[in-house]
Design a protein around this ligand. Structure first.
Ligand SMILES: [Fe+2]
Ligand SMILES: [Fe+2]
Length: 174
């Protein structure tokens, strides 16, 4: 039987792995939303931006749990980001990334459980549900582009990329 410290370290390790996946996703999705904005696909840009903000919350939630367990939150990105993707490529790529995250987090939830950490297990389970929503959206958009092509993109062209200024931040604490 491993010591409590060893069990904590096993959990910190998977939390940090998940955090580095989130940090990569944040950079990837930000890069994509700038490109989508450039292509004047406002509605898609806005949703990808909002999803990047979800990933920031996830990265913070994992860091907070790492700190509670006495560890150090990683600042490493899981891998490099892809640039210059075609629009359909972005959404296919993102759907796959979300599926990979869900698979990894399911495994990490098991690691947390095996190491007696129900709080971390629950955290992974909550975040998996949000990744599922991201996956659904990315798949829907990729599907629309694949079946409708330019008809779909023409409908989205010129839509607003405004996500509203209402999300809470340091200068916007309302
Ligand atoms: Fe996430
Ligand atoms: Fe996600």
């Amino acid at each position: 039987m491993s010591s409590r410290q060893e069990r904590k370290e096993n959990v910190i390790k998977v939390l940090n792995e998940a955090r580095s996946m989130e940090l990569q996703a944040i950079h990837q999705y930000m890069n994509q939303h700038y490109n989508l904005d450039d292509r004047d696909l406002g509605e898609l840009a806005a949703n990808v931006k909002l999803i990047a903000i979800d990933e920031m919350r996830h990265a913070e939630a994992f860091a907070e749990r790492v700190l509670e367990l006495g560890g150090e939150p990683t600042s490493e990105l899981h891998g490099s980001i892809k640039k210059g993707q075609e629009t359909v490529e972005m959404f296919l790529h993102d759907a796959e990334a979300e599926g990979n995250a869900m698979e990894a987090y399911n495994q990490f939830a098991r690691v947390a459980s095996e190491n007696g950490d129900s709080i971390t297990k629950k955290l992974f389970e909550q975040i998996i549900e949000e990744e599922q929503e991201h996956l659904n959206y990315f798949e829907d958009v990729a599907g629309h582009i694949e079946t409708l092509g330019n008809v779909y993109l023409a409908r989205v062209a010129g839509t607003s990329s405004d996500t509203g200024g209402a999300s809470k931040s340091f200068v916007n604490q309302a």
